[in-house]
Design a protein around this ligand. Structure first.
Ligand SMILES: Nc1ncnc2c1ncn2[C@@H]1O[C@H](COP(=O)(O)OP(=O)(O)OP(=O)(O)O)[C@@H](O)[C@H]1O
Ligand SMILES: [Mg+2]
Length: 495
């Protein structure tokens, strides 16, 4: 059982999921209290006096009344961004002039780098999942820094409570590493934060990147990571649940592997893979690990199911007009059972299944049951086409729908809209879908930063957005759009 509690292993997995957010204490659940229909079993996203009768919150019809951005009370606006030795930026200060900013420029001019800098203002490894060392400018001193000032209007997001309260305010967030250490720090209003959860309470960001363009065509690991990030943004405890689960699975696989032919420990009971089940010591170790897998798998699956249910409801109310209505589902026997059975019964089923599968799993070198086998599916409801079979543009439209709906969910839960970072969202979209996207962006309360290689693509946004040409580690304002304060030499309008 020592392996289950091994903090190094847990840390490694957490780090893989969350990057920098891993070692910090997680914030309490941000799901609205109404989500919990009764109070009891603390590890599931539902509660009940009798754990066997706990009613999951995804069955609560009230959730379906959540309209997009319904509960937004505070407005979060980036008023200044400073980059120091960050990727290709030696020293940049940008003061966004409008709620929507377009960054355009040729390949390699720094568009994604700037979005990445913004994505690092929230806990985690940012939109590229990059290592710290890669973020520091090559040729620089070795450290990097991203500092941002946010204004809050019509409500101030108080760092202490995360609750929106009346008044106007300012929040300063800084993050980075110095040349001597790889350790990343966060500063909130000038003070180093004890926990990154302090940051997560006051600022949030969601993003879409070109790397997601094949999310539903490629392997399930990327999809599951994407799903878990969506869950984690609303349920901070989810990352630890997944980490503990995966650690237990690794430990079980290792223990079972010791019993494979040729791997028997000295003095062990030979090469029969079923011997593990017969050895009392190994049997009890395995039982402990399987108990951990069952508990964490059911908790993680319940959180995933909750998120998917809320997201589907959100997609229904918010995006039906603009994008093809889609439906997310989870291909997972644990989730399947959670829709009809009490959570504790599902735990029992999983525990028994793991025990029964020991010999088969030992031979195959895997754990065939668990939260790590969950897959996420997406279907275009209007045509019945699964995202895996969708065209590139259809796939992109479906994905944009999910990201926007997720932003709406965060806004409803937190009381302020997250930053929306859209890297090349219009690539692959036809004219109609592109226009629909611009229309949605114009109506959202969120601060939006959107990139592309060609300014003309964004001209329909000219009355609503500033546009900045990226290059040489700087930004130049485009005079055809709303003028930015950043402005050094404006880009002249073409004749
Ligand atoms: N650590 C670093 N130090 C210096 N330059 C870097 C570093 N990391 C990346 N770069 C460079 O920054 C430049 C801008 O990269 P970025 O990904 O932002 O380009 P982009 O404008 O998004 O291009 P594309 O249109 O191809 O997506 C690239 O030339 C890249 O090589
Ligand atoms: Mg790019």
């Amino acid at each position: 059982m020592a392996a289950v509690a091994n903090p190094t292993a847990i840390h490694r997995i957490l780090d893989e999921i969350l990057g920098d957010a891993a070692p910090t204490a997680m914030a309490p659940s941000v799901l609205p209290a109404q989500c919990f229909t009764r109070l009891s079993v603390p590890r599931y996203p539902f509660r009940g006096d009798d754990p066997n009768m706990a009613r999951p919150c995804w069955q609560d019809q009230r959730l379906h009344a959540e309209a997009r951005y319904r509960h937004v009370q505070a407005v979060l606006r980036l008023s200044r961004l400073t980059l120091t030795d960050f990727r290709n930026y030696t020293a940049l200060t940008w003061r966004p002039a409008t709620r929507i900013s377009v960054l355009y420029g040729p390949n390699g001019s720094g568009k994604t780098n700037l979005l990445e800098a913004l994505s690092l203002l929230v806990p985690g490894r940012g939109l590229r999942g990059a290592r710290h060392a890669d973020l520091a400018r090559q040729g620089g001193a070795g450290g990097w820094a991203v500092n941002a000032r946010f204004h809050t209007r019509n409500g101030e997001t108080s760092p202490g409570s995360g609750e929106a309260s009346p008044g106007n305010g300012e929040i300063n967030i800084g993050t980075g590493t110095d040349a001597d250490t790889d350790r990343r720090v966060f500063r909130l209003d000038g003070s180093t934060t004890r926990s990154q959860a302090d940051i997560a309470r006051v600022v949030a960001a969601v993003w879409l990147t070109p790397q997601m363009d094949r999310l539903f065509q490629d392997g399930l690991t990327g999809r599951r990571r994407f799903l878990d990030r969506l869950v984690w943004a609303l349920e901070p405890g989810h990352a630890r649940e997944i980490a503990a689960h995966d650690t237990a699975v690794h430990s079980r696989n290792r223990l079972l592997a010791q019993r494979r032919p040729g791997n028997a420990p000295a003095g062990g009971s030979g090469t029969d893979p079923t011997a593990a089940a017969r050895s009392p010591q190994h049997g009890s170790w395995l039982a402990g690990l399987e108990d951990a897998i069952a508990r964490h798998a059911v908790a993680a699956s319940a959180a995933r199911l909750d998120l998917v249910t809320r997201l589907n409801a959100q997609i229904e109310v918010s995006l039906a007009q603009a994008f093809p209505p889609s439906r997310i589902s989870l291909a997972c026997p644990i989730v399947e059972r959670l829709t009809s059975l009490p959570a504790l019964a599902v735990e029992d089923w999983l525990r028994a299944g793991l025990e029964a599968d020991r010999a088969r799993d030992a031979a195959a070198g895997i754990t065939a049951l668990g939260a790590h086998r969950c897959d996420m599916r997406l279907t275009d409801v209007s045509t019945g086409t699964p995202a895996a079979l969708a065209s590139t543009g259809q796939h992109k439209a479906l994905l944009i729908g999910i990201v926007l709906a997720h932003a709406g969910l965060i806004a409803s839960a937190r009381g302020f809209a997250p930053l929306l970072l859209l890297d090349e969202p219009s690539v692959h979209l036809d004219a109609g879908r592109r226009a629909a996207l611009w229309n949605v962006l114009v109506t959202l309360p969120a601060q939006v930063i959107v990139t592309g290689t060609d300014a003309d693509t964004f001209l329909p946004l000219a009355a609503h957005a500033e546009a900045l040409l990226t290059g040489a580690g700087d930004l130049l304002a485009d005079s055809r759009f709303i003028r930015s304060e950043t402005d050094r030499t404006p880009v002249p309008a073409p004749r």
